[in-house]
Ligand binder design. Structure first.
Ligand code: 13P
Length: 254
Protein backbone atom coordinates (compact mmCIF):
# COMPACT_ATOMS: atom_id res chain seq x y z
CA UNK A 1 0.00 0.00 0.00
CA UNK A 2 1.59 3.28 -1.08
CA UNK A 3 1.47 6.14 1.41
CA UNK A 4 -0.35 9.16 -0.01
CA UNK A 5 0.83 12.69 0.65
CA UNK A 6 -1.72 15.20 -0.60
CA UNK A 7 -1.78 18.98 -0.91
CA UNK A 8 -5.10 20.77 -0.49
CA UNK A 9 -4.69 24.28 -1.81
CA UNK A 10 -8.23 25.30 -0.84
CA UNK A 11 -9.24 28.71 -2.31
CA UNK A 12 -5.69 29.86 -2.95
CA UNK A 13 -3.58 30.38 -6.06
CA UNK A 14 -4.05 31.91 -9.47
CA UNK A 15 -3.12 29.73 -12.44
CA UNK A 16 0.33 31.26 -12.56
CA UNK A 17 0.98 30.58 -8.87
CA UNK A 18 -0.38 27.05 -9.18
CA UNK A 19 1.91 26.32 -12.13
CA UNK A 20 4.95 27.65 -10.27
CA UNK A 21 4.23 25.58 -7.16
CA UNK A 22 3.50 22.44 -9.19
CA UNK A 23 6.75 22.83 -11.11
CA UNK A 24 8.64 23.33 -7.83
CA UNK A 25 7.12 20.19 -6.33
CA UNK A 26 8.03 18.16 -9.42
CA UNK A 27 11.61 19.37 -9.25
CA UNK A 28 11.93 18.62 -5.54
CA UNK A 29 10.33 15.20 -5.27
CA UNK A 30 10.15 13.31 -8.50
CA UNK A 31 13.81 12.48 -8.82
CA UNK A 32 13.80 10.88 -5.36
CA UNK A 33 13.50 7.15 -4.87
CA UNK A 34 10.18 6.99 -3.11
CA UNK A 35 8.51 4.00 -4.72
CA UNK A 36 6.26 3.50 -1.70
CA UNK A 37 4.65 6.93 -1.96
CA UNK A 38 2.26 8.77 -4.23
CA UNK A 39 1.35 12.42 -4.26
CA UNK A 40 -1.80 14.35 -5.10
CA UNK A 41 -2.37 18.07 -5.59
CA UNK A 42 -5.95 19.18 -4.92
CA UNK A 43 -5.95 22.45 -6.85
CA UNK A 44 -8.80 24.96 -7.23
CA UNK A 45 -11.01 24.32 -10.28
CA UNK A 46 -9.64 27.29 -12.22
CA UNK A 47 -6.06 26.02 -11.97
CA UNK A 48 -6.68 22.35 -12.78
CA UNK A 49 -5.96 22.48 -16.50
CA UNK A 50 -2.84 24.59 -16.01
CA UNK A 51 -1.52 22.12 -13.42
CA UNK A 52 -2.42 19.22 -15.73
CA UNK A 53 -0.38 20.80 -18.50
CA UNK A 54 2.68 20.99 -16.24
CA UNK A 55 2.24 17.42 -14.97
CA UNK A 56 1.73 16.01 -18.45
CA UNK A 57 4.72 17.91 -19.85
CA UNK A 58 6.92 16.50 -17.08
CA UNK A 59 5.55 12.97 -17.56
CA UNK A 60 5.20 12.80 -13.80
CA UNK A 61 1.94 10.90 -14.16
CA UNK A 62 2.58 7.71 -12.27
CA UNK A 63 3.57 9.33 -8.96
CA UNK A 64 2.03 12.79 -8.82
CA UNK A 65 -1.69 13.07 -9.50
CA UNK A 66 -4.15 15.89 -9.86
CA UNK A 67 -7.32 16.20 -7.80
CA UNK A 68 -10.28 18.55 -7.42
CA UNK A 69 -11.63 19.77 -4.09
CA UNK A 70 -15.29 19.10 -4.80
CA UNK A 71 -17.68 17.63 -7.37
CA UNK A 72 -21.40 17.60 -8.08
CA UNK A 73 -23.13 14.20 -8.21
CA UNK A 74 -24.52 14.34 -11.76
CA UNK A 75 -23.03 13.87 -15.22
CA UNK A 76 -24.41 17.15 -16.56
CA UNK A 77 -27.49 19.31 -16.18
CA UNK A 78 -28.96 22.58 -15.02
CA UNK A 79 -26.83 22.95 -11.87
CA UNK A 80 -25.51 26.50 -12.07
CA UNK A 81 -22.04 26.90 -10.67
CA UNK A 82 -21.38 23.19 -10.25
CA UNK A 83 -18.72 20.94 -11.80
CA UNK A 84 -19.32 17.33 -12.89
CA UNK A 85 -17.01 14.31 -12.72
CA UNK A 86 -16.87 14.28 -16.52
CA UNK A 87 -15.47 17.83 -16.49
CA UNK A 88 -12.86 16.89 -13.89
CA UNK A 89 -11.77 13.82 -15.83
CA UNK A 90 -11.54 16.06 -18.89
CA UNK A 91 -8.98 18.20 -16.97
CA UNK A 92 -6.90 15.09 -16.17
CA UNK A 93 -8.10 14.80 -12.57
CA UNK A 94 -7.71 11.37 -11.05
CA UNK A 95 -8.91 12.27 -7.54
CA UNK A 96 -11.56 14.33 -5.80
CA UNK A 97 -12.16 15.28 -2.17
CA UNK A 98 -15.61 14.64 -0.71
CA UNK A 99 -16.85 15.99 2.58
CA UNK A 100 -14.04 18.31 3.56
CA UNK A 101 -14.93 19.87 6.91
CA UNK A 102 -14.97 23.35 5.39
CA UNK A 103 -17.73 22.20 3.04
CA UNK A 104 -19.59 20.43 5.82
CA UNK A 105 -19.40 23.32 8.27
CA UNK A 106 -19.11 26.51 6.19
CA UNK A 107 -21.29 25.44 3.27
CA UNK A 108 -23.72 23.19 5.12
CA UNK A 109 -23.18 19.98 3.16
CA UNK A 110 -25.01 17.06 4.72
CA UNK A 111 -23.59 13.59 5.30
CA UNK A 112 -26.13 12.25 2.78
CA UNK A 113 -25.16 14.70 0.03
CA UNK A 114 -21.51 13.81 0.59
CA UNK A 115 -22.50 10.15 0.22
CA UNK A 116 -24.08 10.91 -3.16
CA UNK A 117 -20.93 12.71 -4.31
CA UNK A 118 -18.70 9.86 -3.15
CA UNK A 119 -20.69 7.16 -4.91
CA UNK A 120 -21.23 9.12 -8.11
CA UNK A 121 -17.60 10.22 -8.40
CA UNK A 122 -16.39 6.63 -7.95
CA UNK A 123 -18.94 5.34 -10.45
CA UNK A 124 -17.78 8.01 -12.92
CA UNK A 125 -14.15 6.91 -12.71
CA UNK A 126 -12.70 9.38 -10.22
CA UNK A 127 -10.92 8.15 -7.10
CA UNK A 128 -12.20 9.66 -3.87
CA UNK A 129 -10.74 10.93 -0.60
CA UNK A 130 -13.67 10.95 1.82
CA UNK A 131 -12.97 13.41 4.65
CA UNK A 132 -14.38 12.89 8.12
CA UNK A 133 -13.74 14.50 11.49
CA UNK A 134 -15.28 15.78 14.70
CA UNK A 135 -15.49 19.28 16.15
CA UNK A 136 -13.98 20.08 19.54
CA UNK A 137 -17.43 20.21 21.17
CA UNK A 138 -18.24 16.77 19.76
CA UNK A 139 -14.94 15.32 20.96
CA UNK A 140 -15.22 16.83 24.43
CA UNK A 141 -18.76 15.54 24.84
CA UNK A 142 -17.67 11.98 24.05
CA UNK A 143 -19.23 11.83 20.59
CA UNK A 144 -16.17 10.91 18.51
CA UNK A 145 -17.39 7.45 17.58
CA UNK A 146 -20.97 8.54 16.92
CA UNK A 147 -19.84 11.38 14.63
CA UNK A 148 -17.29 9.41 12.62
CA UNK A 149 -19.60 6.44 12.33
CA UNK A 150 -22.46 8.65 11.09
CA UNK A 151 -20.26 10.42 8.53
CA UNK A 152 -18.96 7.08 7.27
CA UNK A 153 -22.35 5.32 7.09
CA UNK A 154 -23.90 8.13 5.06
CA UNK A 155 -20.71 8.72 3.06
CA UNK A 156 -20.49 5.08 2.01
CA UNK A 157 -24.20 4.27 1.72
CA UNK A 158 -24.16 3.85 -2.06
CA UNK A 159 -20.56 2.73 -2.60
CA UNK A 160 -20.31 -0.80 -4.02
CA UNK A 161 -18.83 -3.39 -1.64
CA UNK A 162 -16.34 -4.57 -4.22
CA UNK A 163 -14.73 -1.18 -4.84
CA UNK A 164 -11.03 -1.44 -5.56
CA UNK A 165 -9.37 -0.50 -2.24
CA UNK A 166 -6.80 1.84 -3.79
CA UNK A 167 -9.62 4.01 -5.24
CA UNK A 168 -11.22 5.03 -1.95
CA UNK A 169 -9.16 6.81 0.69
CA UNK A 170 -10.31 8.18 4.05
CA UNK A 171 -8.96 11.38 5.58
CA UNK A 172 -9.40 11.85 9.32
CA UNK A 173 -9.23 15.59 9.89
CA UNK A 174 -10.31 16.71 13.37
CA UNK A 175 -11.97 20.09 12.76
CA UNK A 176 -10.22 21.62 15.78
CA UNK A 177 -6.80 20.83 14.26
CA UNK A 178 -7.43 22.35 10.82
CA UNK A 179 -5.61 25.61 10.24
CA UNK A 180 -5.20 26.15 13.98
CA UNK A 181 -1.60 25.03 14.49
CA UNK A 182 -2.96 22.50 17.04
CA UNK A 183 -1.94 19.14 15.66
CA UNK A 184 -3.74 16.23 17.33
CA UNK A 185 -1.60 14.21 19.73
CA UNK A 186 -0.16 10.83 18.68
CA UNK A 187 -2.49 8.94 21.03
CA UNK A 188 -5.54 10.83 19.77
CA UNK A 189 -4.59 10.17 16.16
CA UNK A 190 -3.91 6.47 16.71
CA UNK A 191 -7.15 6.04 18.63
CA UNK A 192 -9.19 7.78 15.92
CA UNK A 193 -7.45 5.95 13.07
CA UNK A 194 -7.99 2.57 14.77
CA UNK A 195 -11.65 3.48 15.10
CA UNK A 196 -11.84 4.46 11.41
CA UNK A 197 -10.17 1.17 10.48
CA UNK A 198 -12.82 -0.74 12.47
CA UNK A 199 -15.59 1.25 10.79
CA UNK A 200 -14.10 0.59 7.34
CA UNK A 201 -14.07 -3.13 8.20
CA UNK A 202 -17.84 -3.03 8.75
CA UNK A 203 -18.34 -1.81 5.19
CA UNK A 204 -15.56 -3.59 3.37
CA UNK A 205 -14.76 -6.77 5.32
CA UNK A 206 -12.49 -8.07 2.58
CA UNK A 207 -10.52 -4.97 1.62
CA UNK A 208 -10.44 -2.91 4.82
CA UNK A 209 -6.77 -3.60 5.53
CA UNK A 210 -5.80 -2.23 2.11
CA UNK A 211 -7.66 1.06 2.36
CA UNK A 212 -5.65 4.14 3.25
CA UNK A 213 -6.44 6.49 6.12
CA UNK A 214 -4.79 9.92 5.91
CA UNK A 215 -4.35 12.31 8.80
CA UNK A 216 -4.97 16.02 8.23
CA UNK A 217 -4.82 19.04 10.53
CA UNK A 218 -1.80 21.33 11.05
CA UNK A 219 0.66 18.96 9.37
CA UNK A 220 3.99 20.77 8.97
CA UNK A 221 7.49 19.83 7.78
CA UNK A 222 8.53 19.51 11.45
CA UNK A 223 5.86 17.02 12.51
CA UNK A 224 5.26 15.07 9.26
CA UNK A 225 8.02 12.52 9.85
CA UNK A 226 6.58 11.53 13.21
CA UNK A 227 2.94 11.52 12.03
CA UNK A 228 3.54 9.32 9.00
CA UNK A 229 5.00 6.56 11.19
CA UNK A 230 1.98 6.21 13.48
CA UNK A 231 -0.12 3.04 13.36
CA UNK A 232 -2.87 3.20 10.74
CA UNK A 233 -1.60 6.51 9.32
CA UNK A 234 -1.27 5.77 5.61
CA UNK A 235 -0.63 9.31 4.47
CA UNK A 236 -1.18 13.01 5.13
CA UNK A 237 -3.57 15.65 3.81
CA UNK A 238 -1.91 19.03 4.08
CA UNK A 239 -3.48 22.49 3.88
CA UNK A 240 -1.44 25.56 4.86
CA UNK A 241 1.96 23.89 4.64
CA UNK A 242 1.24 22.64 1.11
CA UNK A 243 1.08 26.12 -0.43
CA UNK A 244 4.82 26.45 -0.92
CA UNK A 245 6.69 23.87 -2.99
CA UNK A 246 9.55 23.81 -0.51
CA UNK A 247 7.44 23.11 2.54
CA UNK A 248 5.19 20.54 0.81
CA UNK A 249 8.23 18.77 -0.58
CA UNK A 250 9.79 18.49 2.87
CA UNK A 251 6.56 16.89 4.10
CA UNK A 252 6.39 14.61 1.07
CA UNK A 253 9.93 13.38 1.71
CA UNK A 254 9.60 13.16 5.51
P1 13P B 1 -4.12 22.67 7.59
O1 13P B 1 -2.98 21.76 7.20
O2 13P B 1 -3.94 24.08 7.14
O3 13P B 1 -4.45 22.53 9.04
O4 13P B 1 -5.43 22.15 6.78
C1 13P B 1 -5.73 20.80 6.80
C2 13P B 1 -6.76 20.54 5.77
O5 13P B 1 -7.87 21.03 5.85
C3 13P B 1 -6.40 19.69 4.63
O6 13P B 1 -7.51 19.32 3.90
Amino acid sequence: MKKMIAANWKMYKTRREAVQTTAGIITNILGKRLEDREFVIFAPFTALQSCADVLNAEASGSRLFLGAQDVYPAGEGAFTGEISPVMLLDCSCAWVLAGHSERRHLLGESDEFIGKKTAFALESGLNVVLCIGETLVERESGQLERVLSGQMSAGLAAVPKDIKPSRLVFAYEPVWAIGTGKVAGSEEIMEAHALVRRLIKNFFPLQYAHMRILYGGSVKPDNAGQLIKLDNVDGLLVGGASMEAESFSRIALA
